[in-house]
Design a protein around this ligand. Structure first.
Ligand code: ATP
Ligand code: MG
Length: 573
């Protein structure tokens, strides 16, 4: 898929400016810093496309840094899945770093802060500390521990690290300004105690863990990041980001840079991705997974990268979607219809067509007496250059129940015993003659006659009918489980509603249908497909039903398909 030509986004403009001014000796270094506490979602992809995109475009490097400062929630399962997803999206990092690589340096910095009188150990509870914060217009209240002697702070912080203090009993706070209009400056917490969980990389080495604000900027600095790009909610953190770095960089340059030079990272923020009818929070997704409300992180209804992949989204289409929405400094909500539209457009011209009957009823062609034959059908109608497939044809076929009406009104142009001619797609013209019903009045068999001289591709094939219907030959038909997905939530913005977000799930988000599919599906589903150099699952269009891929639940004797997108496009530009 060709990426559309577009104007530079505002961060690219900043980068170009910096390059022109020769900042950082012309080095461009970004990072993507996920916390390994869940799987990546499409919101992360927006950040990934920015972080890796800047590095690619300006000959820089983007590193992957795991922001692993909270062992309670983090796990190697997430570390692995994040790497797999980024690779699948088509991006390559320079190095893999972990914030936990810097625990020693950060701890030493904290000790220095204490020695310099810039940090203190607070013994109040989190609730007490919160109550003292004040409001943006009222100053906060100083902790009674704020002025404790440096020696005591040192002794207590070291005791915290040795595991001698219970979790939650003490924290280390920066001593900055309890009256600062920026609430983040009101003595933010630098360290907390976590003894309950071993860290996935450092094990039991640490009993104190740095908070985001004390770890992020420093990590950027330690790596030599030039442009630290994140989302808008961090705008208010930026002064603190700069403050902590100021304590050991610039005039205080302490040689902590990998280049032995005081390269200063700068934080820039863009708008988060929010999409209608879904949630974009790992915490909520984890809850859905844990409580079995979805089948896992890769449930095709989930907005996760692995969920979208299983659903049949291609990396190219996801990146194209991100390219379309762009980057601004205003929060907003993106219509999920645009995401669906993007994948639909990308499959329209490439997905071969296969017939499947979702609500089958048997059709018997009473005057067809041969053994059967093979119909040649185009993979994509009107595009003979894209190849053809073979469809077995015989006396007994399946057709859609809805394509026959016993007592049809005059606006019904498909099969009815009123003598109307209907074409079986790519094959013959038939006329219904009657039907058979069971004791409850359900139609079990439709009877018809065919015109042997009407075969598509022959001279008689040009005869027009008002309707064409789909069919699948009975003996060769495959029983296929089709999973049809709808939006995960019933409301447009579940995060904005009062009450429990789980009550807003769409009860009809998954429908399972067993259908009768044409046997060429077996071949189509095993063909490898590569789009933009990235191996993809093979897509196909089930006629009238949408675009599908094979689900990994498929075994030798059970075919399971996921509907990637229906054919109907609701997207309005
Ligand atoms: P969540 O709230 O889902 O846990 P997070 O922001 O805590 O998300 P991180 O792992 O900390 O997740 O995010 C890594 C990077 O991805 C950050 O730079 C963050 O700004 C970015 N990011 C996360 N969610 C979005 C989103 N919806 N849109 C754009 N960028 C995002
Ligand atoms: Mg986070």
């Amino acid at each position: 898929m060709e990426a559309e030509e577009r104007n530079l986004n505002f961060i690219e403009q900043i980068v170009e400016n910096d390059l022109q001014e020769g900042k950082n000796d012309g080095r461009i270094q970004t990072r993507f810093p996920p916390e390994p506490n869940g799987y990546l979602h499409i919101g992360h992809v927006k950040a990934i496309c920015m972080d890796f995109g800047i590095a690619e475009r300006y000959n820089g490097v983007c590193n992957l840094r795991f922001d692993d400062t909270n062992p309670v929630k983090e796990d190697v399962e997430y570390v692995d899945s994040i790497q797999q997803d980024i690779r699948w999206l088509g991006f390559r990092w320079g190095n893999v770093y972990y914030a936990s690589d810097y625990f020693e340096q950060l701890y030493n910095l904290a000790i220095q802060f204490i020695k310099d009188g810039k940090a203190y150990v607070d013994e109040q509870t989190a609730e007490q500390i919160a109550l003292q914060k004040g409001t943006p217009t009222e100053p906060g209240v100083a902790s009674p521990y704020r002025d404790r002697p440096i020696e005591e702070n040192l002794r207590l912080f070291e005791a915290m690290q040795r595991g001698e203090i219970e979790d939650g009993r003490m924290v280390l706070r920066a001593k900055i300004d309890m009256a600062n209009p920026n609430m983040h400056f009101r003595d933010p917490i630098m360290y907390r105690i976590i003894t309950t969980h071993p860290h996935h990389r450092t094990g039991r080495r640490w009993n104190v863990y740095p908070m985001y604000d004390f770890a992020h900027g420093q990590s950027d600095y330690f790596e030599g990041v030039t442009h630290s790009i994140c989302t808008l909610e961090f705008v208010v953190h930026r002064p603190l980001y700069d403050y902590f770095i100021d304590q050991f960089a610039g005039d205080n340059f302490a040689g902590l840079s990998p280049y032995g030079k005081d390269y200063r990272p700068h934080q820039y923020e863009f708008n988060r991705l929010n999409i209608t009818y879904t949630v974009m929070s790992k915490r909520k997704m984890l809850q859905l997974v844990k409580e079995g409300l979805v089948r896992g992180w890769d449930d095709p209804r989930m907005p996760t990268v692995c969920g979208l992949r299983r659903r049949g989204y291609t990396a190219a289409a996801i990146r194209e979607f991100i390219n379309k929405i762009g980057y601004t400094k205003v929060e907003g909500m993106i219509d999920i219809g645009l995401l669906e539209h993007t994948i639909r457009e990308s499959l329209k011209e490439t997905a071969p067509r296969v017939c499947a009957i979702f609500d089958p009823v048997k059709l018997i062609i009473t005057n067809y007496n041969g053994e059967g034959e093979t119909i040649i059908a185009e993979n994509i109608d009107g595009h003979p250059e894209l190849g053809t497939r073979e469809m077995p044809f015989a006396r007994e076929l399946y057709i859609e129940r809805g394509d026959f009406q016993e007592a049809a009104d005059k606006n019904f142009y498909r099969l009815s015993p009123m003598g109307r001619e209907v074409r079986l797609k790519s094959a013959y013209i038939i006329q219904a003659t009657g039907c058979e019903k069971d004791s409850e009045g359900n139609i079990t068999t439709v009877y018809a006659t065919y015109d042997p001289d009407s075969k598509s591709g022959t001279e008689g094939g040009n005869r027009k009918t008002k309707a064409t219907i789909n069919w699948v030959e009975c003996r060769s038909a495959l029983d296929v489980e089709a999973r049809l997905y709808d939006r995960l939530f019933a409301v447009e913005n579940p995060s904005a509603e009062e009450g429990d977000f789980r009550d807003l799930l769409n009860p009809d988000s998954l429908k399972v249908v067993t259908c009768k599919a044409e046997n060429s599906l077996r071949e189509v589903m095993h063909q490898p497909q590569v789009i933009d150099g990235i191996a993809q699952v093979k897509h196909f269009q089930l006629l009238k039903q949408g675009y599908f891929v094979v689900d990994p639940d498929t075994t030798d004797n059970r075919i399971v398909l996921n509907r990637t997108a229906s054919l109907k496009d609701n997207w309005q530009k």
